[in-house]
Design a protein around this ligand. Sequence first.
Ligand code: PBG
Length: 332
Amino acid sequence: MIPIQPPFPVSRPRRMRGSAALRDLAQEHRLSVKDLIWPIFITDVPGADVEIASMPGVVRRTLDGAVRAAEEAAELGIPAICLFPFTDPALKTDLCEEAWNPDNFYNRVIRAIKARVPEVAIMTDVALDPYNANGHDGLVRDGIILNDETVEALVKMSLAQAEAGADILGPSDMMDGRIGAIRSATEAAGFKDITIMSYAAKYASAFYGPFRDAVGASGALKGDKKTYQMNPGNSDEAIRLVARDLAEGADMVMVKPGMPYLDICRRVKDAFGAPTFAYQVSGEYAMLMAAANNGWVKGEAVMLESLMAFRRAGCDGVLTYFAPETARVLRG
Ligand code: PBG
């Protein structure tokens, strides 16, 4: 409800925009380095430290490179990083066993970071696609995504990540029932304080293209992910999925992609008041970088404006590839 405004000239809204001091006082939302989660790509196969063509400025990191990134996050004050693996194609199978190998590269990186930079929270990716020969987030038989078998695999994967020292489990797969299954398994195994950020409203989006290049899933993926990721035409469904995931034990919920889905962020925050995050995904980063690198927009300004939009839409934080750059700018 917007109260009726006094008429002009009693009310001159421009008065409050007249100086930087007044604009600062009246500002409703702020962006802080504490709102940022930095997604990082990791690999132990050749090709680390090479820029991803569709994501200028973003590289895949070795174990040592990942530890250095975590140290950089700590130094910049970024509270959390999120790890995504580029897996050796030789380790990808139809059963995805490498996903829950306690000593896989991913879990070794978690241990290395936790040993060196324990104060930076590590969020994981709980999904089979980096380990799946067919590029899907679910186990596939005869062309069908197997929901319940996938959930069992995700539980094993989550327990291995929890064991390695993860702080936040991030199920990004969109199978039904996985939050409840992961929550009861981690409780039973004694990981009472591990948090879950559910990719609750994750849409079947074309904005994930550069990410699939970064994790080497583009070539492998057969078909699309529309039988498990959401239809971009839906909004009420997002509310139902968030309600379900919170009821199953999620501590935080995510909307993904970000900028094209700010309406969903606002609805989710208003409906639940739960810790709400958005993922400014690879395609969003690629678009802004492409325009900035062409001189068509001012890179730093659009970066900050795009991230402020998430705060205005009700998000508590944002996963963004701009995290270190934003932290540097905000620090001045
Ligand atoms: C898959 C996953 C994807 C992203 C994060 N986890 C891509 C997909 O669903 O195909 C995308 C992130 C981005 O585009 O930045 N588990």
